[in-house]
Design a protein around this ligand. Structure first.
Ligand code: NI
Length: 155
C-alpha cells in the first residue's frame, strides 16, 4: 500500500468523465488499497480515483462506519433533499453548503466484480453523491448554494 498524491482543483484529470472498470484483478486491488490509505492519510471521508490521476470509475468512502469500496457505481434511486457542509481533498481549505438528496441507493461492484447495493442517508448519502460526481468530472462546488466564509470555519 502507498499514499498517492492528491490532485488539486484545476488539474485536467478532475474534469473528465472516467471509464468503467472492466478488469477485476491485482491492479484494481492495489489501486483500492492505495486509495483507502491515501484517504485516511489526508483525513478524508471519501476519495475518487481521478483525484489520484486514475480515470476509472472507482471510489472509496469511510464516514466512520467502515470502509466502502465501490467500482462502477451508479445512483439508481434518490429521495428527499438535505443541506450539508462539504469540502473536498482536491480543494483544501474550501467549504460550502450543498443541497443534495437525503437518501440514495447505489448499485456497484466490489473489487472482485460481484454486484453490490449500498443504501446511504445523511453524511453517507452526501459522500456517495460527492464521490460519484468526481467520476463524471464534477466538483462539489457545482452543488454549493453558499460557500463558507473562512471566518465561519474558525468558530
Ligand atoms: Ni471530493
Amino acid at each position: 500500500m502507498a499514499v498517492r498524491d492528491i490532485l488539486r482543483e484545476g488539474d485536467a484529470a478532475l474534469s473528465q468523465a472516467c471509464a468503467p472498470v472492466a478488469a477485476f484483478g491485482a491492479a484494481l486491488a492495489s489501486l483500492l488499497d492505495d486509495m483507502a490509505e491515501t484517504m485516511r492519510h489526508a483525513d478524508g471521508v471519501g476519495l475518487a480515483a481521478p483525484q489520484v490521476g486514475v480515470l476509472l470509475r472507482v471510489l472509496v468512502i469511510d464516514v466512520g462506519e467502515g470502509l466502502i469500496e465501490l467500482v462502477n457505481p451508479q445512483i439508481v434511486s434518490q429521495r428527499g433533499e438535505q443541506e450539508a457542509v462539504e469540502g473536498c481533498l482536491s480543494c483544501p481549505g474550501e467549504y460550502g453548503v450543498t443541497k443534495r438528496p437525503a437518501r440514495v441507493k447505489v448499485k456497484a461492484q466490489d473489487r472482485r466484480g460481484k454486484r453490490i447495493t449500498v443504501n446511504g442517508e445523511g453524511l453517507l448519502a452526501t459522500a456517495l453523491c460527492h464521490e460519484i460526481d468526481h467520476l463524471d468530472g464534477i466538483l462539489f462546488k457545482r452543488h454549493v448554494i453558499r460557500m463558507m466564509d473562512p471566518k465561519e470555519l474558525q468558530q
